[in-house]
Design a binder for this molecule. Structure first.
Ligand code: HEM
Ligand code: ISQ
Length: 154
């Protein structure tokens, strides 16, 4: 599937809607990641020493928000420029962080699943198969760019 005006509009529309509920959604996103892959917990510095997912961990929220926002913004850039661009962190830096945290290929699928499910839950009746495809595509493009930087540094 390509990423055109329609896909961009779907991602933007759902992102605008989800913005109203960031604290809840970031927690939900993260909870889903750990539900799908409990072992991933040890990778996150802000969770290592806790037994449960903190309800009110500012670092967790800030991080999860960044991931959402970055996926959405890179989706817009993707359509406008035809390439992945990330705003406040360079791709090289993101590649490096994930490489050193031990993130591997299968992890990217887990985070994708959690992201798509979070959007689905948030959108309720507004959710559609097209929306799923659009977020999936936006995520895949960003993930591919991060993975390419990881390979380059490894
Ligand atoms: C850190 C984004 C995929 C695990 C980060 C940071 C961002 C980010 C923005 C914070 C970097 C910083 O400011 O220091 C993304 C995006 C992804 C992605 C956009 C996919 C498109 C993944 C995957 C995993 C993962 C698949 C594995 C489960 C981590 C970990 C950190 C991190 C462990 C470090 C957290 C810490 O302890 O500070 N990611 N990430 N990320 N990410 Fe991801
Ligand atoms: C970092 N990378 C990917 C997903 C994340 C979700 C929540 C917090 C931090 C993250």
């Amino acid at each position: 599937m390509g990423f055109g005006e329609k896909e961009e509009a779907l991602v933007k529309e759902s992102w605008d809607f989800m913005k109203q509920n960031i604290p809840h959604l970031s927690l939900r996103f993260f909870t889903l990641i750990l539900e799908i892959a409990p072992a991933a917990k040890g990778m996150f510095s802000f969770l290592k020493d806790t037994d449960e997912i903190p309800e009110n961990n500012p670092k967790l929220k800030a991080h999860a928000l960044k991931v959402f926002k970055m996926t959405c913004e890179s989706a817009v850039q993707l359509r406008e420029k035809g390439e992945v661009v990330v705003a406040d962190a360079s791709l090289k830096y993101l590649g490096s962080v994930h490489l050193h945290k031990g993130v591997t290929e299968p992890h990217f699928e887990i985070v994708k699943e959690a992201l798509v499910r979070t959007v689905k839950e948030a959108m309720g009746e507004k959710w559609s198969e097209e929306m799923k495809e659009a977020w999936g595509e936006a995520y895949d493009q960003l993930a591919a760019a991060i993975k390419a930087e990881m390979k380059a540094e490894a």
